[in-house]
Write a protein that binds this ligand. Sequence first.
Ligand SMILES: [Fe+2]
Length: 340
Amino acid sequence: MSTAIAEKSLEKPVERITSAASDTKALDNTRFASAPLFTQLSRAVHDASHRHGAPQSVAEISITPTGGGVGGVVRNLDANRPLSAALVSHLQQALDEHGILIFKQQRLADEALLAFSTYFGPVFHSPADVPVLGSSDHGGTAPDVVPVANVEGGYTGHGELLPHTDHQWTPLPSAASLLYAVEVPAQGGDTTWYNLAQAYADLDADTRARIDTLQLITYNPFVRTAGQKRPLYRTPDIAPLGHAFPHPLVRTHPRSGKKILFLATHSEVELVGVAPEVGVALIAFLRAHIQQPKYQYTHRWEVGDIVHWDNQATLHARTAFDANDKRVLKRVSLAGARPF
Ligand SMILES: [Fe+2]
């Protein structure tokens, strides 16, 4: 009797295995069996498993606050070497606490930057119908490593970039980015980050109650033609361009639970269901609040810096630099959840 029960209990799993095996047979896997590693990400993760040395531990590194309104500086970490599980978790918690982490004195190939970055999440890719930086030359989606550079093949030029969060106009904005400095100008090209969690925390209770449930649309800057004026707030007399994805004006951080004022200072935005004159005034007030110096940290880049920023909880801006100077950075952006 017990044998019969045992045999009976095996029946279902065996059926499932047979079914799964026949499903697999239906696929043509032969083209994968001997394929060379051909994407940058495939190569990066493949090579990472062969990297030498024992994983680095929490005890080997130090993290100190920048002394500004946001950020911590990480020392004694080698982004080429493997990280222990405890160190990955420690760095993720430090990012949640500090908003940005600055890793000093790195020297990395693109694949190593990808391998290091993806300890903290999968690579961000925008849908093909929602353009982002770098997507126009790559069939609707950006490459895994985006050259943020004013040299051939790079994007963003040498002009000033006003405070923004990357990919806020997409359905799933990126959670974070890692930007690695290969070459920096003698002057200018500094990046300032803004602490949006602290900006929210400092608002008075009445303002917080007023904005807590509002939805904000941030319009895609890549669908406006070059030279076209970008309004700071879309009013009914301005035709909307591109897709519109409302996200909470006040979002909650998916790990720390902190509330964040998720608003760029100069993007074209619109509050859903709010009278235009009310929306214009409210957004202008919040933008002035965010831009107070106490929420800022300005980074003077050195070759070898990697800055890992929480794109859900900070803005970033760049000063202009001499067009004859070279500024070459590499960026990997990491995927994010739908803001809530
Ligand atoms: Fe950016």
